[in-house]
Design a protein around this ligand. Structure first.
Ligand SMILES: Cc1ncc(C[n+]2csc(CCOP(=O)(O)OP(=O)(O)O)c2C)c(N)n1
Ligand SMILES: CC(=O)[C@@H](O)[C@H](O)COP(=O)(O)O
Ligand SMILES: [Mg+2]
Length: 643
């Protein structure tokens, strides 16, 4: 479908083209950019509300600063669609997030304008500070370093680590732009949100600020000393008016704002003024997530990443299947957690800013006093869970596999060394799909199974997930002084009728899915459903394959593995996880430790970065889609015949 940009936007292939326009044209450029984003995302999908919220900011930043020489980092990067369209990717933007197409997030390899790769939250200030200091060391005094960070991302501890450091580097030329829209994916949470609301609504402070600001602006032509006098007056006023030092200024960051983040003319004026003010600065911009598209302004969580939609009516396109379909795993998690919490008063839930993404919002709605959204703070989420566990709470801490990487030390130091029975539900485990390598949950089997006092399990379907969650919260399991990791993928399971009765699982016990004679396929988790199809393909080719679902990577079902290695001299392991240290490695260790000499082939995520695409496209690329598994089995069986 041909989507054509507006008259001015069609003339902008790089920010240099943008900077040729008169500033009076910028409102029109912004309007055309906003419409182009609406046109594109309505047809191709992707993230939406956040990019609409920073249209004017994007135009103003590329207009005022000399990008790509000036370094511009977008925190998380889900709001960078306008940035990509203005920086040479307008004509290819329809490939956004598609296999082989451009990434949904800024990426250094993709463009010189993408100063820093992002996707995980709260990294922009650290990256920008590093760039500012690096430029200083090279003597580049006029290179600007800018971090655009949302109020949600600002709740990430890393942002505070970076601001703490920035405040100690008075001569470092860095600008932080706080894009404050009161939203994370869900409404933003925490004391910082309250503080930002206070400072935004403190009218006295803002009125006097405006007068001081104008005075500062008028005096800017009188040189440095005059400006210093006025800014001292401004500091005194702030301290007096706010009866508390500004949070950011208490960290030695020069705070400016709050200003309207949708007034492109004012943004250009303010950014030009700030360019000449040395040292670490923070500009507080107030915006609306989804600005300019009424449904997205109204339901900001739903329109964070709505999928494809009718841009006229605002109707989001959803496939209406004619037969009952399996639910998403996250929904099974969410509903099952509510059921368990109803049965077991000790059950609580923790999510770091992903209530709707993980379906923790179901427990938050049903039992708000027993479910906690801690903000984008995975490290805190884990140790907060550990703290609750010391008091006897049965904690289901739900963190996307990729985001759990940020809290690894907390799992070791605060949970496992202390033998605390926290239940980690790692959603989006395995290939995440269109979000790409920053979001693939590739490493959790490897990074969790190597920690003592950790159980690692993965369900092949919804019933298995429910039974794992049920088993994990039982007193006997909780008293076992072991943490319990349950990892499952993004997307649907296999069972439309999934509300099955709970059954206690024996920890470390796998199951035989199918008998066979020629080759054994061992799987962990949902990918086992691929092996079911592979076995059918192999039967058609006259090969009899056995299939075992391990259920647990740790502890391994040694009885099952003895059966496999005593019967089969050809064995394949399959996992939607990294090969280095994954389930296949665990089986290999068992095989060698017990002196078996079968031929073993491990299928999974190879030791390289796998880009974005649909999950099945990535499974196929890495050779563990159903056909890929069958092909490996055929080659193993036939190889013996010919050798
Ligand atoms: C470490 C990490 N945790 C969680 C996420 C998921 N996530 C993506 S965007 C987002 C909300 C960001 O809010 P904000 O920074 O305010 O940006 P906005 O969407 O409001 O523009 C979250 C939680 C992430 N990308 N990285
Ligand atoms: C940008 C970001 O990190 C989130 O929006 C993430 O893309 C959500 O992923 P899911 O769509 O799998 O919940
Ligand atoms: Mg926000």
């Amino acid at each position: 479908m041909l989507i054509t940009p507006g008259k001015l936007l069609s003339q902008i292939n790089t920010p240099d083209d943008l900077r040729k326009f008169d500033s009076a044209d910028l409102p029109q450029v912004s309007q055309e950019l906003r419409q182009y984003i609406i046109d594109l995302v309505s047809v191709y999908g992707g993230h939406f509300g956040a990019s609409l919220g920073v249209v004017e900011l994007t135009v103003a930043l590329h207009y005022v600063f000399n990008t790509p020489t000036d370094q511009l980092i977008w925190d998380v990067g889900h709001q960078a669609y306008g940035h990509k369209i203005l920086t040479g990717r307008r004509e290819v933007f329809h490939t956004n997030r598609l296999y082989g197409g451009i990434s949904g997030f800024p990426k250094r390899k993709e463009s010189p304008y993408d100063a820093f790769g992002v996707g995980h939250s709260s990294t922009s200030i650290s990256g920008a500070l590093g760039m500012a200091v690096g430029a200083q060391l090279k003597g580049l005094k006029n290179q600007h370093s800018i971090a655009v960070i949302g109020d949600g991302a600002m709740t990430g501890g890393m942002a505070f680590e970076a601001m703490n450091h920035a405040g100690s580097l008075a001569n470092t030329n860095m600008l932080i732009i706080l894009n404050d829209n009161c939203m994370s994916i869900d409404p933003n949470v925490g004391a910082l949100k309250e503080y930002l609301t206070d400072i935004t609504t403190s009218h006295t402070y803002n009125r006097v600020k405006e007068e001081v600001w104008n005075l500062l602006g008028k005096m800017s032509q009188f040189g440095k000393s005059a400006r210093e006098i006025v800014s001292r007056v401004e500091d005194g006023l702030k301290a007096t008016l706010l009866r508390q030092s500004n949070l950011f200024e208490s960290l030695n960051l020069r705070y400016f704002g709050p200003i309207d983040g949708h007034d492109v003319d004012h943004l250009v004026h303010v950014l030009n003024d700030l360019k000449d003010i040395p040292g670490p600065k923070l500009l507080h911009c107030v915006t609306v997530k989804g600005k300019g598209f009424a449904p997205a302004e109204k339901d900001q969580t739903k329109w964070h990443a709505p999928g494809k939609f009718d841009k006229i009516t605002g109707e989001i396109f959803k496939k209406i299947p004619d037969t009952p379909q399996p639910p998403r795993y996250q929904e099974v998690f969410g509903h099952t957690l509510v059921e368990l919490a109803e049965q077991n008063p000790k059950v609580v839930g923790v999510t770091p800013a992903m209530p709707s993404g993980s379906s923790m919002n179901l427990l938050m709605k049903a039992m708000p006093e027993r479910a906690f959204d801690v903000g984008i703070a995975e490290q805190h989420a884990v140790t907060f869970s550990a703290g609750m566990a010391t008091q006897g709470s049965v904690v289901f801490c739900n963190i996307y596999s990729t985001f759990m990487q940020r809290a690894y030390d907390q799992v070791v130091h605060d949970v496992c060394i202390q033998e605390l029975p926290v239940v980690f539900c790692l959603d989006r485990a395995g290939f995440a799909g269109a979000d790409g390598p920053t979001h693939h949950g590739a490493y959790d089997i490897a990074y969790m199974r190597c920690i003592p006092n950790m159980i690692v399990a993965s369900p092949m379907n919804e019933q298995e997930l429910r039974n794992m969650m049920y088993t994990a919260q039982l007193d006997e399991t909780q008293n076992g002084k072991q943490a319990f990791t349950i990892r499952y993928p993004r997307g649907e399971g296999m069972m439309p009728q999934w509300r099955t009765p709970f059954e206690k699982l024996e920890i470390g016990k796998g199951r035989k899915v199918k008998d066979g004679e020629d080759v054994a396929i061992l799987t962990i988790g949902h990918i086992g459903n691929y092996a079911v199809k592979s076995c059918q393909l192999l039967e058609n080719a006259g090969i009899s394959a056995a299939h075992y679902d391990l259920r647990f990577v740790k502890p391994l079902d040694e009885e099952l593995l003895h059966e496999v290695f005593q019967k089969f001299d050809k064995v394949i392991t399959v996992e939607d996880g990294c090969l280095q240290g994954g389930m296949g490695s665990a089986v290999l260790e068992f095989m060698v430790d017990h002196g078996y000499t079968s031929k073993l082939k491990r299928l999974g995520i190879p030791d390289r970065i796998v880009e974005h695409g649909e999950q099945i496209e990535l499974h196929r690329e890495c050779g563990f889609d159903p056909e890929g598994i069958a092909k490996t089995a055929r080659e193993m069986v036939h190889a013996v015949v010919y050798s």
